[in-house]
Design a protein around this ligand. Structure first.
Ligand code: C5P
Length: 219
């Protein structure tokens, strides 16, 4: 029988550095990478584009069911990386019915990573707790909210977009609060997660610490 793929779960709040870390780990280890935030963003964007309300569970679940496997495998990242879409994503993500629809795609990715990769690095909010509770390594990436807002402002400005720090901070706090307090799959570290605080770490230092943790798990 083929060996079970290795799964590395990377969870954490917005702009904690989890996306950059997950991409780097996947490239380094030769594993497939899945950014699950893009799935929720695709659902949120579809609801808004159709004139619906992201807080409406029926509309959100309908949009999730309408996503094709091709949409999920290759979401239109440029269109989905705006703060307006992030807000809609945070709202649709609170509905259990939406999470159920996306669950299957995420599990499928973990069980059979595309391209025949020997493993998957999956980043999101609930990968280590709900999607892959048996993941081989779980990393929970944190950073102080002020530092995360600063990173987000820098990223937006680099993309030529307007960004006001106070506004970004306010939006980030609101989205964090929603993600941490929702009744389904709230943002919490798994009991067996390695908590990596990147407040004072750059991307290289965070990557080194994560690799050290993963190597220790394989001993
Ligand atoms: O990670 P990103 O900021 O792209 O995620 C957008 C939103 O999607 C999050 O604020 C969160 O509400 C939701 N999400 C989630 N579970 C995941 C990934 C994202 O609830 N696994």
């Amino acid at each position: 029988m083929a060996e079970r793929p290795v799964v590395i779960a990377v969870d954490g709040p917005a702009a904690s550095g989890k996306g950059t870390l997950a991409r780097r780990l996947a490239a380094h280890l030769g594993y497939a990478h899945l950014d699950t935030g893009l799935l929720y963003r695709a659902v949120g964007a579809a609801v808004v584009a159709g004139g619906g309300d992201p807080d409406d569970a029926g509309a959100a679940a309908g949009a999730a069911r309408a996503l094709t496997p091709a949409d999920m495998a290759a979401p239109d990242e440029a269109r989905l990386r705006t703060d307006a879409v992030a807000d809609a994503a945070g709202r649709v993500a609170a509905h259990g019915a939406v999470r159920d629809v996306l669950f299957r795609f995420q599990r499928g990715f973990a069980e059979a990573p595309p391209g025949g990769a020997k493993g998957a690095v999956i980043d999101g909010r609930d990968i280590g707790t709900v999607i892959c509770p048996d993941a081989d390594a779980k990393i929970f990436v944190e950073a102080e909210v002020g530092v995360r807002a600063e990173r987000r402002v820098k990223e937006l400005r680099e993309r030529g977009l307007d960004a006001i720090h106070a506004r970004v901070l306010q939006d980030m706090k609101a989205r964090d609060a929603r993600d941490r307090s929702r009744s389904v799959a709230p943002l919490v570290p798994a009991d067996d997660a390695f908590v990596l605080d990147t407040t004072a770490l750059d991307a290289d230092a965070a990557f080194a610490k994560a690799l050290e943790f993963i190597a220790g798990r394989n001993k």
